[in-house]
Ligand binder design. Structure first.
Ligand SMILES: [Fe+2]
Ligand SMILES: [Fe+2]
Length: 236
């Protein structure tokens, strides 16, 4: 199990995929300093980061860690940073692999996979956009209202709670799409000897899906639950 006394260099050597998590917090994966020291300097919540690292290493930790003990702004900060990282880094990386793959494979295969990914990207981008524009600002204002009870925040809550509730009710993980992708690929992959780029793409996709699973779990089972409990207790 990873603790805050470990360094990013040790952690990424132990599990290379965790560099994705460091990247979004702008922590150098090669750093020899320990997490306590880095996080104190950069004002990052070291407990949340350590808990996330352990989940990235082993998904079973998701059920064991009490993420609900973290304050709303800390959780939202992680979720916002993740959206930005997915859009700016992970999706372009997947597209890059897809481009290499399509140079290698037949037209039918290219057509199927490019179209699939286009749809997948469209869905995910609009999902992030709604959360960035509606859900996260709402959660932050709600948290502020609890602290300072300002009229301005109360008006914002009253005006936006219906939209936020609707979004929370319809929130679903992007799990089904990846299952569809696997099926499509198995059906159309034309030449087993030439699957190297396909393997790279699928591998990146599966690491990304694992990342999204942790993200969606914290959104749904932690942030949204916390927000709903606060809203119900306010009786407004
Ligand atoms: Fe999200
Ligand atoms: Fe989401």
């Amino acid at each position: 199990m990873i603790s805050a006394s470990h360094s990013p260099k040790f952690i990424t050597k132990y599990n290379r995929n965790i560099y994705h998590l460091f990247n979004r917090y702008k922590i150098a994966p090669e750093s020899n300093k320990n997490l306590n020291e880095i996080c104190a300097k950069e004002e990052i919540n070291v407990d949340l980061l350590t808990d996330l690292i352990n989940c990235y290493d082993d998904l079973d930790f998701l059920k064991k860690i009490k993420f609900e003990n973290y304050r709303i702004p800390v959780l939202v900060d992680y979720l916002e940073k993740s959206h930005k990282y997915y859009l700016e880094k992970r999706i372009p990386e997947l597209e890059q692999s897809l481009l290499k793959l399509t140079h290698q494979e037949s037209f039918t295969f290219n057509y199927v996979i490019i179209n699939f990914f286009k749809e997948y990207k469209k869905d995910i981008v609009s999902h992030f956009k709604t959360e960035d524009e509606i859900l996260f600002p709402f959660c932050k204002v709600l948290y502020n209202y609890l602290q300072y009870k300002s009229q301005e925040d109360l008006i914002f809550i009253l005006e936006n709670q219906k939209k936020a509730f609707a979004l929370m009710e319809h929130h679903k993980q992007n799990k089904d799409e990846i299952d569809d992708l696997q099926k499509v690929l198995l059906k159309y992959s034309p030449n087993n000897k030439k699957l190297s780029y396909l393997e790279i793409f699928l591998n990146q996709m599966s690491i990304f899906q694992q990342d999204l699973k942790i993200h969606a779990e914290i959104e749904e089972n932690v942030l949204m639950k916390k927000t709903t409990t606060i809203l119900n207790s306010l009786e407004i």
